[in-house]
Design a protein around this ligand. Structure first.
Ligand code: NOJ
Ligand code: CA
Length: 670
């Protein structure tokens, strides 16, 4: 017993009440000062000698134990961790996130033990609270998590309003002070030029966080409640997700960060060789445009015949998969309870035959499981659905929650739905299925643990361009720095007919579309191509109707060059809300360099050094107009890159794409 006590004491570097511990990042640029301050701790963060987070408290309140005090016991020695690991897929395969870890321990005889853990990376800091409760917490309820993030009052913020049910929102650029209640990721630029973003990592069995700013300017976590007001329910033990602050000298450092993934548990799927990124097209846009329907009837899109046409086109153009929406029954009662049947085909769609045909053509069929938000009904049916898909050779599933969470009154981002989304991922893994989840909570890096969780929506994506006032050209250059920091995003870009010239007759079906509204895609065509490189997703959709690609040899060439299998990423230009240029290396060695531009025409430049080849051939896609004038005019050229730097003019709402192919070295006697 004495020995145990001695061992315990030697593990704790003793810090008296009111003591301070400083953790220094592996590159020595950042200092994290943690102070033992009732009720738990406070912390401050300095980067390159300047304070970037002012004194912020960490505390939580448990229902029924509001007046209990936590006694500080000590802190573990600071521990260096190398954090090198291999990701199942991109945006970079080799991850290297060295960090220093600190742990602060508290005790309350009645309630249990609690620790606050800090992880300090070179360009990120994260903390979480871990509670190991006694029997009194066997039906524990978290009443409040008071994790503060004190960014101060000065700076520019890019943000979207807090919402417990959706992230399908436009972003605002305002002074930091005006961002009063926000969804995360939430991004700011401090007057010093340092960029900083707040998000969470490892959201498991907890509720989603928003951030609320108080009158002093301090952000505090605000969790999505259950219907009765409980925030988080637990049995003795509970751990908050990691509260993560990314920072850097510029916005490119935010984009290149991998720590949200690194903070999650290592992969739990033992043999994950079946998990493969793909590009895909789909029976999809025609429903959003209102020319066809999900429901059966004269305008039903998901017919066996049409699915086969898409499969043929995909096979011919090296597109990995085909999504078919509206293939099953239930769509005619969308909005009611217990309606979507994910095993029964519509009368004019033969699932078995389409699956056979897709397999024969080497194209992955993506099954669609809309739930209308009725998660309990989906849970009752998913074994039947997933085993059917596996039997038919289907490996990819798109899920969706377009409707209110059930039971009515719960939120799509509350703890109950977090548990549901987790169960889907594990259930899909059990059946060897990969997932694209729509109307989901924004990613928090769980794809490290469950790489079959390929991508998710949680964004105001392309669909809004079909039936609402749409997304401005600035939306897509804000996304990488906001929602994009969370993880893969199924934005569904790649529109060829941006002006809807080929739309034909349609019936408005979505209440967002006001009479006389002239819907269109708010960018040029090359901007659309470039988004498929900029907005990373290991299931990357080219979302237009395949007939629009069929008309364009340039698009077909684009598909032959494009790959969703990204192994390395380099950010070349990153100006929030203005311009983004990103280089992605594919498994076949080709680099795709994609530039997207916001509403103002701009000139940018970068260095080609990273390519590391002497001689480079490039396929280049260039706009011939801007988003307001001839946005659908563009050209494809073959070029040689000789200059070490690139200087490029990007049109308003436009873009540019290069596919860089290494040239074989010249043989001297050739
Ligand atoms: C909303 C999804 O985001 C969209 O992709 C899908 O087509 C519809 N729901 C119907 O499921
Ligand atoms: Ca959606």
């Amino acid at each position: 017993m004495r020995l145990l006590l001695l061992l315990l004491l030697s593990l704790l570097s003793s810090v008296s009440f009111g003591g301070v511990v400083t953790i220094v990042s592996p590159d020595s640029a950042t200092n994290l000062r943690v102070e033992n301050k009732s009720p738990l701790l406070s912390y401050e963060l300095k980067y390159k000698g300047k304070t970037i987070l002012h004194s912020s408290q960490i505390a939580l309140q448990l229902k029924g134990f509001e007046n209990e005090k936590w006694n500080f016991i000590g802190s573990s020695p600071i521990q260096y961790t190398e954090n090198k690991w291999m990701a199942a897929w991109g945006p970079k395969i080799e991850v290297n996130d060295p960090c220093q870890k600190g742990r602060f321990l508290f005790k309350n005889e009645k309630i249990g033990n609690l620790s606050v853990e800090f992880t300090l990376f070179n360009r990120a800091m994260a903390f979480r609270i871990v509670l190991n409760g006694t029997e009194v917490l066997k039906n524990g309820v978290l009443q409040q998590e008071n994790s503060q993030i004190n960014i101060g009052n000065e700076g520019t913020a890019w943000w979207a309003w807090a919402d417990y049910n959706t992230q399908e929102q436009l972003f605002h650029e305002t002074p930091l002070k005006e961002a009063t209640w926000v969804n995360t990721p939430f991004t700011t630029r401090l007057p010093s030029g340092v960029h900083l973003a707040v998000h969470e990592a490892g959201l498991v069995n907890y509720s989603r966080m928003t951030l609320k700013r108080d009158s002093l300017g301090v952000f505090t976590t605000d969790l999505v409640p259950w219907k009765n007001g409980d925030l988080v329910r637990f049995h003795r033990n509970v751990s908050t997700p990691w509260r993560v602050i990314l920072f850097g000298d510029n916005a490119a450092e935010l984009l290149e960060s991998s720590v949200i993934k690194t903070l999650n548990e290592p992969c739990k799927i033992q043999d994950n060789r079946w998990i493969k990124p793909i590009s895909y097209i789909g029976i999809w846009w025609e429903m959003h445009q209102g020319t066809h329907t999900w429901t059966e009837g004269p305008r039903h899109a998901a017919t066996t015949e049409r699915a086969k046409q898409l499969i043929n086109f995909a096979a011919h153009n090296r597109i990995g998969g085909v999504l078919v929406e509206g293939w099953n029954t239930g769509w005619d009662r969308w909005g009611q309870d217990s309606v979507f049947d994910q095993t029964t085909s519509a009368r004019d769609y033969d699932l078995k035959e389409v699956a056979r045909y897709a397999q024969m053509k080497g194209v992955a069929l993506i099954a669609h499981c809309e739930t209308g938000g009725d998660a309990p009904f989906f849970e009752a049916r998913w074994d039947a659905a997933f085993s059917l898909y596996r039997k038919l050779g289907i490996r990819y599933v798109k899920t969706g929650y377009a409707g209110a969470a059930r039971p009515i009154g719960e939120h799509l981002f509350g703890q109950g739905m977090v548990q549901h989304y987790q169960k889907v991922v594990e259930k899909a893994a059990q059946y060897g299925l990969m997932l694209d989840v729509h109307e989901c909570i924004q990613p928090t890096g769980l794809e490290r643990t469950w790489p079959n969780l390929m991508t998710g929506e949680s964004v105001r994506g392309m669909e809004w361009e079909a039936w609402s006032a749409g997304n401005s050209p600035d939306h897509t250059v804000l996304l990488p720095f906001t929602r994009g920091l969370a993880g893969p995003m199924d934005y569904t870009a790649g529109m060829a007919d941006v002006l809807f010239k080929n739309r034909g007759d349609y019936t408005p079906w979505n209440g967002q579309e006001q009479p006389g509204m002239k819907c269109r895609v708010h960018s040029t065509v090359v901007h659309q191509m470039a988004l498929m490189g900029v907005l990373y997703s290991p299931m990357q959709m080219a979302a237009d109707r395949f007939e629009n690609y069929q008309k364009s040899p340039e698009w077909q060439q684009f598909f032959r060059l494009f790959s969703a299998e990204v192994i390395q990423t380099k950010v070349l230009v990153a100006d929030v809300g203005k311009t983004v240029v990103v280089a992605r290396k594919f498994t076949n060695g080709v680099w795709m360099v994609s530039a997207v531009n916001g509403t103002q025409a701009r000139e940018v430049e970068w260095n080609w050094d990273f390519v590391g080849w002497d001689s480079v051939k490039a396929f280049v896609f260039t706009d011939l107009g801007d988003w307001q004038n001839q946005p659908d005019q563009f050209q494809l050229t073959g070029e040689k890159i000789n200059s070490p730097t690139e200087h490029v003019k990007l049109p308003a709402g436009g873009g540019k794409v290069w596919f860089l192919i290494p040239e074989a070295p010249k043989i001297p006697w050739d």
